[in-house]
Design a protein around this ligand. Structure first.
Ligand code: PEP
Length: 250
């Protein structure tokens, strides 16, 4: 049985006061342990505070929103996987659609970032999804299949045992437009089936998260689909009550 995972992507939001309040609210609401895994991904500068406040809660983990493909060196302004590990991160988001569209990250770069994460012991949460134009042109499986294959080809099938996938239709991120449970389930099933051609056992155990305007009111319908194992949450992760409501739907 796959455990439900709820990951919060705070994007570039917050300050020391709001981050402290949000963390306190989440910690208090979740309690010490439970049957879901919760991952908080704050902006890098708040990782020390997140590590300090979450470290005694076994169901809570934290991660970066991005990493560089290199482990160290002359890459001004970048953050390396080993640095994230240094602050207790277990996860890192790679290939978020905002990285792909605003920073030109190709399928290959995303795959290399996933490889860099695995290399230093981080679990990459590899994001993929189609734009509205691609969905309307009936290209969803083609696009998601291509994004998925780039990772499998670059990393090899064994690596599938150590990663998480997030299906995030670009048209649903931050728009208030959520994929219906049926639409999301269809793509999740497609992803699992495609992975099973490379590594059947890893595909069966793979946590495939849905992201795109998940709210407390729609989370349980999404999470109850057989191939949806949790969510990657953006806007609603910035409000402790909303995030807790989503966690409880898991
Ligand atoms: C995201 O940023 O990954 C995301 C899913 O955002 P939102 O929940 O706001 O759509």
């Amino acid at each position: 049985m796959r455990r439900t995972m709820v990951a919060g992507n705070w994007k570039m939001n917050g300050n020391q006061v709001s981050v402290a309040g949000l963390l306190d609210g989440v910690v208090e609401g979740l309690g010490k342990s439970g049957d879901i895994d919760v991952v908080i991904c704050p902006p890098f500068v708040y990782l020390p505070m997140v590590a300090e406040k979450l470290s005694s809660h076994e169901m809570l983990a934290w991660g970066g929103q991005n990493l560089d493909t290199h482990a160290s060196g002359a890459y001004t302004g970048e953050i390396a996987g080993p640095m994230l590990r240094d602050f207790g991160c277990r996860f890192v988001i790679v290939g978020h659609s905002e990285r792909r569209s605003h920073y030109g990250e190709s399928d290959l770069i995303v795959a290399e970032k996933a490889a860099a994460a695995l290399e230093c012991g981080l679990t990459p949460i590899v994001c993929m999804g189609e734009t509205l134009e691609e969905r309307e042109a009936d290209q969803t499986e083609e696009v998601v299949g291509r994004q998925l294959d780039a990772v499998v080809v670059c990393l090899g099938s064994e690596a599938l045992e150590h990663m998480v996938i997030a299906y995030e239709p670009v048209w649903a991120i931050g728009t208030g437009l959520t994929a219906t449970p049926e639409q999301a389930q269809a793509v999740h099933a497609f992803i699992r089936q495609r992975l099973s051609a490379s590594h059947a056992r890893a595909a069966e155990g793979m946590q495939i998260l849905y992201g795109g305007s998940v709210k407390p009111g729609n989370a349980s319908a999404l999470f109850s689909q057989p191939d949806i194992d949790g969510g990657l949450i953006g806007g609603a992760a910035l409000d402790a009550d909303d995030f807790l409501g989503i966690c409880k739907a898991g």
